[in-house]
Design a binder for this molecule. Structure first.
Ligand SMILES: [Zn+2]
Length: 282
């Protein structure tokens, strides 16, 4: 089982998983050539690298906060095979193993609204999955999902898992950095797109960061390992150079959304410059 829990000050934090998928290795590593990225990620016969979808549960002061809801599961056969979806575990099986049902979630944080992050905002009946929760999202991201262009449209299925939440009045729009609960805040992390946000938990001197796609996996720790999928790659690079040193300095626990093997790590200096991530033992 994927579940990996740890304590950050007053909070209990658990990495969940919603299965895995395959994305084109070239697109995952942008300008980095395959001779280099193939040392850190293995490609299948169609050049896809395997990534997990790893939402995070934060239990703080009696509240259950779910960061990301998981992978859209109503895409049909063509979608499933294009992304080589495997659902060995789901966000629901993980919650259940913790004794929780979707109705126990008090707050959802959507880092952004791409189908591999927010796809389970809505259930199989087309209703908001976490009916008791508000869904926190940057106003910019909601706007951009509704005004997608040729380069971004493939990442959103607005009618499927965004509009039903909007119609139910469950989206809570934030603009910029915002404190959600004492010690828990969202921080704009643009680059992958404009309205992406990271989640920062600070409690009793300990820090945890859910990076969203600013840092998709451990393999993406070197600064130039920026995805071809990013709409604003140089913004992404600048944001990484601003935030990674800060998070390294704080010895923050780092939780990337897509690592196929590890839930949590910490930055350590890379002898070649920048940082690499060392996994925390289970
Ligand atoms: Zn993603």
């Amino acid at each position: 089982m994927w579940l990996h829990s740890l304590t950050i000050g007053r909070a209990r934090v658990t990495s969940l998983t919603d299965g895995s998928f395959g994305l084109d290795g070239g697109a995952m590593f942008g300008v980095v050539p395959k001779v280099l990225w193939s040392k850190v990620a293995e490609a299948d016969d169609q050049n896809r690298v395997r990534l997990r979808i790893n939402p995070l549960l934060i239990q703080l002061d009696g509240k259950n906060v779910l960061v990301e809801t998981g992978m859209w599961d109503r895409g049909g056969e063509k979608f499933e095979s294009m992304f080589a979806l495997e659902r060995d575990e789901t966000v629901f099986s993980g919650l259940r193993a913790m004794g929780l049902e979707p109705s126990d979630i008090d707050l959802v944080i959507n880092t952004h609204l791409h189908f591999d992050h927010a796809g389970r905002n809505v259930d199989a009946q087309g209703k908001p999955t976490f009916a008791r929760a508000s869904y926190l999202v940057q106003a910019q991201e909601l706007y951009d999902a509704y005004h997608a262009h040729e380069r971004s449209r493939g990442s959103y299925y607005v009618d499927e898992y965004i509009e039903p939440v909007e119609r139910a009045g469950l989206f809570e729009r934030v603009e910029g950095e915002a404190e959600i609960l004492p010690g828990l805040r969202v921080l704009p992390a643009p680059g992958h797109n404009l309205g992406q946000q990271a989640v920062i938990l600070e409690s009793e001197g300990q820090t945890l960061v859910y990076t969203a796609d600013l840092l998709p996996s451990f393999a993406h720790a070197p600064y130039p390992y920026v995805m071809g999928y990013d709409l604003y790659p140089v913004t992404c690079l600048e944001k990484r150079k601003e935030l990674f040193p800060r998070w390294a300095e704080a010895a923050a626990v780092i939780a990337p959304p897509h690592d196929p093997r590890h839930a949590f790590g910490r930055f350590e200096p890379n002898p070649k410059g920048g940082y690499r991530l060392r996994a925390l033992p289970r």
